[in-house]
Design a protein around this ligand. Structure first.
Ligand code: WTA
Length: 646
């Protein structure tokens, strides 16, 4: 029997959505999706309001997803201009730097001015509707300014997380064909500097990056950097004298807003493409209801803008709602383990949203660093990115929230745009470790390996049987890959790549990825990417990468490596190979364990049996299952004996 936390009646009394509202609205949203979403679309300002609401086919042979397709709007106008009359002097962004002494804020009026000036700058630099812009910045307000300026003129941004290496950046530039990059001289995290501009310089020496004409550089640390004229331009110089107004481009609801690269089972990361109308309706509605947003809330999501959470729930959803958003450029343990809670007290944060990995890392330090802060402003706590273990959930609820604040465990994905399964804090009773029930319009189902829908209490693969407005529309430049990845496995359904269990109350428990994606600290790493970085080394013949349990990160990366004949493994070579992965992808993909494998377990047709490697990495050698189909069952014995986690 798991813990159960019924909705607090005091919270429910003034909540935006209560229990009967949820049931009634959910039923309507799935029975009459057109009427429901037409009504919900009214939350935005449209230049031309949509009359066609939903036009979708999940048939893999004829796949299309269109929402509000005859409507026109501008996302930046919805996040800024429409607030100016009533919220012009309201704080839009509170910036909190890595250094606790650094903070500043921008009102909606000020943010609007900055965005208009940068939109004019982009236009002067030859950027027009449909052009792609790569954003490689720290968590500074200029990141939001750059995103919104792109949205204003109809340019399609592609934000690349500052922790990615020059090679990863280069492959994203090449895939997107970006004309312009916005970056900073350096970033600072936990007191350490990150050479962003130097990384950009290096990435632009790689093949297929010649589409880039201009690099705009924000001065963040002031350190000396290499500057290449006329390609490189200072942000602050370009902004001087720009007009403070800029007409926004009327965009069709289905015009692209951004692409964001994410890892999957195979090949290179894919450019997940989101469009304008459906995405903004969905992110703003989910944000408002899952956090029970009020006019005077101070909302803080700790995610970086380099990930989808930073797009949907730092920038677009909250700003469309006219909320006050904290943007934090630091880390949870700098200068010390109280930092999150000091920032909560400093800015009187009411709604706080972070990842299980951060909660676990802080929990390990004990209650002390939390308890020395007040946190009495907090109202709702959220979590995202990976399954949260009940122990961490309870600590978050009990110690951080003083048993006062509902915990919303939001399950969603880069591909889904916004929350899919999540509690609404005034309406849905909580069970630690469960993302609870589907959001409005979301129809989850659990299928077995053959695609047969399971009823009642069950577990299996999680699919979504019908479209919702925030859904990704395609893989940039490769629509067939979109169809193949998400719609072929269980035809007629969107396949999430996650496993899930449904309990007797209909609650969903996400059990983690069922494909070859590892979730490290809430970041998706494709095993294929790590493998290809490893085999790029001349001494490596073959590599297989799987996930392993990790106390803080949720999952760690476990690599099995076979060297070319004549080479022998050494500690120095382990270090060298891990450094290779850091260089090719970035530190987040560095293997935690690297085991030498004289050979890998394969089927007679030559396919690596990952199931077996997973069990070895999970230290469950007695659960290897049937090894009789292996070409050479003997290889397993050695791998089990030499395993690095015992
Ligand atoms: C996992 C992040 C359990 C899941 C928004 C999903 C979760 C992947 C949760 C998407 C949650 C995200 N509980 N698992 N609340 N939230 N996940 O694209 O495996 O970076 O498929 O999007 O993270 O990761 P992504």
């Amino acid at each position: 029997m798991s813990d159960f936390y019924p909705v607090d009646p005091a919270f429910a009394a003034s909540a935006r959505v209560r229990k009967d509202d949820y049931q009634r609205m959910y039923a309507r949203s799935v029975q009459e999706p057109e009427a429901f979403w037409k009504e919900m679309s009214g939350r935005l300002d449209w230049i031309v309001p949509p009359t066609k609401i939903k036009n979708v086919s999940f048939d893999p042979n004829d796949l299309y997803i269109r929402w509000f397709e005859d409507g026109q709007l501008n996302v930046s106008a919805n996040c800024l201009d429409r607030h100016l009359a009533d919220r012009g002097d309201k704080t839009a962004i509170i910036f909190e730097g890595d250094d606790p002494g650094e903070s500043r804020s921008l009102t909606y009026k000020e943010l609007h001015t900055e965005v208009c000036k940068f939109a004019n700058t982009l236009k002067n630099l030859g950027i027009a509707k449909g052009d792609r812009v790569v954003i490689y910045l720290p968590m500074i307000p200029e990141a939001a300014v750059a995103m919104l300026a792109c949205a204003r003129i109809g340019a399609v941004h592609s934000v690349v997380f500052g922790g990615f290496s020059p090679d990863s950046l280069a492959s994203r530039i090449a895939d997107s064909g970006a004309k312009l990059i916005v970056t900073a001289d350096e970033g600072v995290r936990g007191g350490k500097k990150i050479p962003l501009k130097a990384n950009v310089d290096e990435s632009l020496t790689r093949p297929h990056t010649s589409s880039v004409e201009t690099v705009v550089v924000v001065r963040r640390t002031g350190s000396a950097i290499h500057f290449q004229s006329p390609r490189d331009r200072w942000y602050h110089t370009l902004m001087e004298g720009q007009s403070e107004t800029c007409d926004y481009e009327p965009m069709n609801a289905e015009d692209p807003l951004f692409t964001l690269y994410t890892s999957g089972s195979t090949g290179q990361p894919k450019g997940v493409l989101h469009t304008s109308g459906g995405y903004l309706v969905y992110t703003s509605l989910t944000h408002e209801l899952a956090f029970d947003l009020r006019e005077d809330d101070i909302y803080w999501c700790t995610a970086d803008v380099g990930w989808v959470t930073g797009h949907s729930y730092v920038v677009y959803g909250p700003l469309a709602n006219g909320a006050t958003v904290v943007m934090f450029d630091g880390v949870p343990n700098y200068p010390d383990f109280s930092r999150f809670w000091q920032v909560v007290d400093k800015h009187k944060v009411t709604l706080f949203y972070t990842a299980p990995t951060a909660i676990r890392a802080l929990m390990r330090e004990g209650d002390g660093p939390v308890k020395k802060t007040s946190r009495k402003s907090l109202r709702v706590l959220g979590t995202v990115g990976e399954p949260i273990n009940p122990e961490a959930w309870n600590w978050y609820y009990r110690v951080v929230g003083d048993e006062r604040c509902p915990v919303v465990d939001t399950w969603w994905q880069t591909e889904t745009g916004g929350f899919m399964i999540t509690p609404l804090p005034g309406a849905i009773d909580l069970k630690p470790g469960s993302a609870t029930l589907p959001f409005f319009g979301v129809k989850p189902a659990i299928v077995d390996a053959d695609g047969k829908t399971q009823e009642g209490e069950c577990s299996g693969n999680l699919v979504i049987t019908d479209s919702w407005p925030g859904q990704m529309r395609t893989v940039y430049g490769d629509h067939q890959r979109f169809v193949d990845t998400y719609f072929k496995t269980y035809p007629g359904n969107y396949f999430t790549g996650d496993g899930a269990r449904r309990d007797a109350d209909g609650y969903y428990w996400i059990t983690g990825r069922v494909d070859d994606v590892i979730n490290v600290s809430g970041h998706r790493i494709g095993t294929a990417e790590v493998e290809s970085a490893l085999v790029a080394h001349p001494k490596v013949a073959e590599a297989a990468v799987v996930g392993c349990p990790h106390d803080i990160k949720g999952q760690g990366i476990y690599a099995f490596v076979t060297l070319v004949a004549g080479e022998t493994g050494s500690q120095a070579l382990v270090k060298e190979l891990i450094a290779e992965v850091r260089k090719e992808i970035g530190s987040i993909a560095a293997p935690d364990y690297l085991q030498w494998a004289p050979s890998l377990p394969k089927t007679r047709s030559g396919k690596i049996m990952r199931r077996i490697l997973r069990k070895i990495a999970e230290n469950q050698p007695d659960q290897l299952g049937d090894v009789s189909t292996l070409a050479d069952p003997g290889v397993v014995k050695n791998l089990v004996e030499e395993r690095l986690i015992k």
